[in-house]
Ligand binder design. Structure first.
Ligand code: MGD
Ligand code: MGD
Ligand code: MO
Length: 711
């Protein structure tokens, strides 16, 4: 434990519970039973003592005056935020009586859970309610907000490998950040990239606009949104054409190279220039530099999956380190989500065995369609319970979600910290504990550490951890399985495979004493996970061509529960390729005629998804909702810098302040995500389509056309 820094405080470990690859190890300062300060754990190799702008005063979030402290019952119309305080007993009675009546009349599938990574704990996180809802027989909510398309593409190519270690980037000489805005979204990886840079590494950012990270790159390449697949295929073309293929690595450790090379032969840089807007000579230079500067590291951001060809793009990018032999080096290869190395027991956490056979599945991105009856569901959804997520702000087609949540016959239960845009429509709101108030192990999808978070303070008011909410609901529903009686600490005992090789030398006592532990995977300064191949695929090789793809699309994700409902979908192309965006002049000229601008809605620097976007100082830091627009597009619409504009398409619209900038190319606009509907005039997901991308039912947040006009 680092030394005490403030008088009269005691120090406690903590793990940042937010949905972020960094999962920082933190130190809480506690005085008089309250959190009074927080900082990054200086000993942790990725956190290195620093926290982001969102977390640095985390105590203000714990004790924010708007925090929900007691169970609440709606007293006004839905969305009016009129609630009255009720007791926990009254709340639990009301919920379970309503659910029993719904089950009697319509069956349990009329109830749907809705959760995501609002809390990343093994106990209180995304999967924390799965066992309860499986036992109930509720509709399964297929959660593909983030990374499931990426994971599907990754598994087809590499199998469940953690890939390149984020810490090994310190050894790289060439770093390609592809659709990843590290300085905002993965800050604690950025200083490792800076270490590499001090040793001479070149940092190239491929981003649809000049993000904070792109502005700090040695070279920023800006393809049109959703066209990265063409860029990657043309890189493969150049690598083959110019003879930069590592034949030995390819022969020993890959399958399908000849067919890939044959396809890539027809994907020239000149062809890609027409699609991406990136000059053919730049594509050649990029491919050449990448292939010949070793070690070469690629970090793919989740954003790469968010368009019609996202999965195929990721497969193409994943071919690059295999054909150039980049995997041979420490610091060479590609990183997506190292979470595949983490030994969690999702079978115990989620209990898929409790799920009645044949239970239906509804996807979380399409919840608006499900709630409004646009999706033909029998029985219809009569109740939803939402925790750890805020779909009204974060999910696409969100006007439809609001329309669905306004239904008089829909019973919405929300467990929350605040009256979020979703909780605003709830019939019952349950107060949830926050960060330092509960014991958990926080998982990370961005590094190879377990991070421990003890309960250090009592929750204010009557808030309880999510796990306690489900314990109480299970008791009321008469669920007798032992699983529903485990304490949080007992859950931790069961939820990690402590006997796995990755956990050698680590147990709960170790975590309690040290706050975090690196999994036993070998050190980042020696590790080259695929130097000798050893890909955990059916062939044992890197599958440039995937036979499994031909068997059908599927939904993969480290946090999904395994169950039979995942029927393979349409066959996928066994080879990677460029698949055009769904909303583009080529594929939908009529739409493009009306809505000519391609919108990208990335993460806000100052918010964490929609978290913090209700806190005044964080809004002041981030600024009001803006839209970045090029001078050419602004002039054509007589829009001046700072003008209030409306951004819209046939799904609806939102208002924003126009910022005229050359950070975006003509034809592209950018509006960052997270602003609350209650506090603004519409949010960006009003214009987003709920159509899936090509793989893993991924969202298509970067595949939307809009028009912009003065408001
Ligand atoms: N500050 C902050 N940090 C966060 C979050 C947050 O809300 N705020 N959210 C967390 C979560 S849940 C996640 S998943 C991660 C996401 O982390 P990232 O994937 O890094 O997040 P994004 O900002 O969505 O997208 C990264 C970049 O991709 C670009 N981009 C979008 N579409 C395309 C495209 O088609 N091609 C190319 N080349 N670039 C494209 C965007 O312009 C953006 O700059 O961040 C996590 N960290
Ligand atoms: N346009 C566009 N849309 C996007 C994206 C994009 O890039 N562009 N990104 C997508 C991605 S990558 C993601 S991951 C999703 C994220 O979408 P969401 O998962 O909905 O993210 P948040 O807005 O953070 O909502 C989390 C909610 O959980 C609550 N919460 C936090 N901790 C707890 C807890 O311990 N208990 C309970 N009961 N509640 C808690 C918070 O107060 C907050 O309201 O958004 C997606 N939406
Ligand atoms: Mo995400």
């Amino acid at each position: 434990m680092p030394e005490q820094t403030k008088e009269n405080t005691i120090q406690a470990f903590g793990g940042c519970p937010h949905d972020c690859p960094d999962t920082c190890a933190m130190i809480f300062d506690i005085a008089d039973g309250k959190v009074v300060g927080v900082r990054g754990n200086p000993d942790h190799p990725m956190t290195r003592g620093g926290l982001c702008v969102k977390l640095k005063d985390y105590e203000k979030r714990h004790y924010h005056p708007d925090r929900v402290l007691h169970p609440l019952l709606r007293t006004g119309p839905k969305g009016s935020n009129r609630f009255e305080r009720i007791t926990w007993n009254e709340a639990l009675d009301e919920i379970t009586q309503r659910w029993r009546a719904i089950i009697d009349e319509h069956g349990p599938e009329a109830i749907i859970p809705y959760s995501y990574l609002g809390h990343q704990g093994l106990v209180n996180g995304l999967n924390g309610g799965d066992a309860f809802f499986n036992r109930l027989g509720a509709t399964v909510c297929e959660r593909t907000f983030c990374g499931e398309g990426s994971a599907t593409a990754w598994l087809l190519t590499h199998g469940p490998s953690g890939g390149l270690d984020p810490e090994s980037f310190a050894h790289a000489s060439y770093i390609l950040l592809w659709a990843c805005n590290s300085i905002s979204t993965n800050l604690h990886h950025w200083h490792i990239i800076q270490d590499a840079r001090k040793r001479g590494a070149r940092v190239v950012v491929i981003d649809a606009y000049r993000s904070k990270t792109a502005a700090h790159a040695d070279w920023h390449i800006a393809p049109k949104p959703g066209t990265d697949g063409a860029l990657a295929m043309a890189m493969i073309h150049t690598i083959v054409e110019e003879g930069h293929v590592d034949r030995d690595y390819v022969d020993q450790h890959t399958v399908g190279f000849d067919e890939l090379a044959e396809r890539a032969r027809q994907r020239s840089p000149e062809w890609a220039e027409g699609i991406t807007g990136v000059a053919a000579e730049d594509i050649r230079a990029l491919a050449r530099e990448y292939a010949t500067t070793k070690p070469a590291a690629i970090r793919m951001g989740v954003a790469l999956e968010r368009h019609n060809g996202g999965g195929q793009t990721i497969r193409a990018v994943c071919c690059l380190p295999a054909i150039t032999g980049a995997w041979r080096d420490v610091g060479g290869g590609v990183m997506q989500m190292p979470v595949w190395e983490h030994p969690y027991r999702f079978d115990v956490i989620c209990r898929p065995d409790l799920l009645p056979e044949g239970t239906r599945v509804v996807n979380n991105l399409q919840i608006g369609r499900a709630l409004t009856g646009e999706m033909d569901l029998d029985p219809p959804i009569k109740s939803m319970m939402c925790w750890n997520s805020n779909p009204v702000t974060q999910a696409p087609e969100c006007d439809k979600i609001v329309e669905g949540l306004m239904r008089d016959d829909l019973f919405l239960v929300s467990a929350e910290h605040f009256i979020s845009d979703t909780a605003s429509y709830a019939d019952i709101v349950l107060p949830a504990s926050m960060g330092a108030e509960m014991e958990d192990i926080i998982l990370s999808w961005g590094h190879n550490y377990l991070t421990y978070n003890p309960k250090s303070v009592e929750s204010p008011g009557e808030a309880v951890p999510n796990n306690e909410i489900f314990r109480r609901l299970a008791a009321r529903m008469g669920f007798e399985e032992e699983r529903f009686q485990w304490s949080d600490a007992e859950c931790l005992g069961h939820f990690v495979d402590w006997d796995s090789p990755a956990c050698e030398g680590i147990d709960l006592d170790y975590l309690r004493a040290n706050g975090y532990a690196r999994l036993n995977l070998g050190g980042p300064d020696e590790r080259a996970p695929h130097r000798e191949g050893s890909f955990p695929t059916p062939s044992g090789k890197c599958e440039l061509k995937s036979e499994a793809a031909a068997q059908g699309n599927f939904v993969a994700g480290p946090f999904r529960q395994m169950y039979e409902g995942f029927q393979p979908g349409e066959p996928l192309d066994p080879l990677p390729d460029y698949v055009p965006p769904r909303e583009s002049p080529e594929t939908d000229p009529e739409r493009a005629g009306k809505y000519p601008l391609n919108i990208v809605s990335p993460k806000s620097h100052g918010f964490l998804n929609s978290c913090y976007a209700n806190m005044e100082d964080k809004i002041n830091g981030q600024g009001e909702q803006f839209v970045l627009i090029s001078a050419a597009d602004a002039d054509a619409r007589t829009i001046g810098n700072g003008d209030r504009v409306r951004v819209f398409n046939d799904r609806g619209g939102f208002e924003a302040d126009a910022r005229i900038t050359d950070d975006v190319n003509p034809g592209v606009v950018v509006a960052t995500l997270g602003y609350w509907r209650q506090l603004t005039k519409g949010t960006v997901n009003i214009i987003s389509s709920a159509e899936f991308a090509d793989m893993g039912h991924a969202p298509s947040f970067s595949d939307n056309l809009v028009q912009v006009e003065p408001a």
